[in-house]
Design a protein around this ligand. Sequence first.
Ligand code: UDP
Ligand code: MG
Length: 336
Amino acid sequence: TAAMESVVSDDTRETPSAVSDQRHRSLISYVLPVYNEREGIWAFHTALTEAIAARPEFDFEFVYINDGSTDGTLPILKDLAKNDHRVRIVDFTRNYGHQLAITAGIDFAAGDALIVMDTDLQDPPQVSLELIDAWREGAEIVHARRRTRRDTAFKRTTAHAYYRLLRKCTEVDIPLDTGDFRLLDRRAAEELRRFRERSRFVRGMVASMGFRQQEVLYDRDERHSGDTKYPLGKMLRLAVDGMTGFSTVPLRLIMRLGFVVLALAFAGIVYAVCMRLLRPDITVSGWTMLMVVMLGLGGTQMLSLGILGCYVGRTYSETQQRPLYIVRQVICHDED
Ligand code: UDP
Ligand code: MG
């Protein structure tokens, strides 16, 4: 048995160490959505590669998702891939939007940890190193939370209010002032790949998964070049997706509103009857009041229908079960 044991222990000593030699170097994937970033993308890649040089103990890959850019971003990305063997490009057939671009990147990335960040240098590459450090210390999901941000006053105030409102409306612990800049451990990424809903609010989905989550504070920079690719319409849609995806409070609010209106109507009836009986000389004024109530009620009803519509529309698009995105090609270093 002693001989056997030594054989066995020899075996066990050898196998894991061989495995760990292979697995010694962790691979970190950057998930990088790009939409019409012609002016800034080269500077971004340079800044990112310079920053990660400070962590030579890891291997890196850069998954750029070209989200249907129309300004000649793709040729620049191809140049990047020619010069850097760690670059891969996932090329969409059209513009599917930021959230779906992130989703594709997470689907394609192979790393032991994935970092999602914007490609306009608003998320500083230096901060992604802090995310990596937090991951190495045991966190499975690391959010980068904005301590300050330098967007327009309108964007800052609406975003500030929205995150607080959303938090009140949902049971999911969605972190405040956090965009999609975050690190996901491989396990968390695997789980996230199973979420196939169409109307996506990725930051909420990640928050809902559990795992050991941690946050790192950072100061969000200004856009390096070009304009925001999130005009008001897209921003509103994202806000609605977040709310409808994680809360049914607006639906319940409609019912409460109904009760309030009913109570008001009842009070009105009581008032009218009392006036008639006690003060027959005063008639309850007619036309103006009627008009106000009619318009008020009509508006409330349409608003309520609209809220309902958001949920119904969401249900409809989910039942269609269409593919989330279509990829024209995946381009690697040695291909053209
Ligand atoms: N983006 C994208 N598809 C879109 C809009 C934006 O892939 O339809 C990318 C964009 O290139 C950037 C990131 O998503 O890397 C964030 O967009 P942007 O900086 O315009 O948003 P903001 O920071 O103004 O909220
Ligand atoms: Mg930006």
